[in-house]
Design a protein around this ligand. Structure first.
Ligand SMILES: [Zn+2]
Ligand SMILES: [Zn+2]
Length: 94
């Protein structure tokens, strides 16, 4: 029996076949393309729903690690992203 797994990378979303849940788990519930990235990229993962938020390329001599964010946009909390954008003053005088 083949299972169809939705890729755990929220930016990917592709569906891939797996022989079993164990097989999919070994891939981190990521499609083969995204899973191959885990060797060459740091992973940013949501601590809340465990979906992959982003990949960051690994520099030479760096070990790929997993960064966790408290919540991702899928969890309905994009506040942290908004805080990163600079705020502009509305009071502009000519
Ligand atoms: Zn994928
Ligand atoms: Zn999430």
């Amino acid at each position: 029996m083949k299972l169809l797994i939705v890729c755990n990378n929220s930016g990917c979303g592709s569906v891939f076949p797996a022989g079993s849940i164990e097989e999919a788990e070994a891939l981190g519930f990521m499609c083969p393309a995204c899973n191959s990235k885990t060797v060459t990229h740091h992973i940013i993962q949501c601590r809340h729903c465990y979906s992959i938020v982003n990949f960051i390329p690994v520099y030479e001599d760096e070990e790929p690690v997993i960064f966790y964010v408290k919540k991702c946009s899928l969890c309905g909390d994009a506040k942290e992203e908004r805080n990163l954008s600079p705020s502009f003053s509305k009071d502009i005088f000519i």
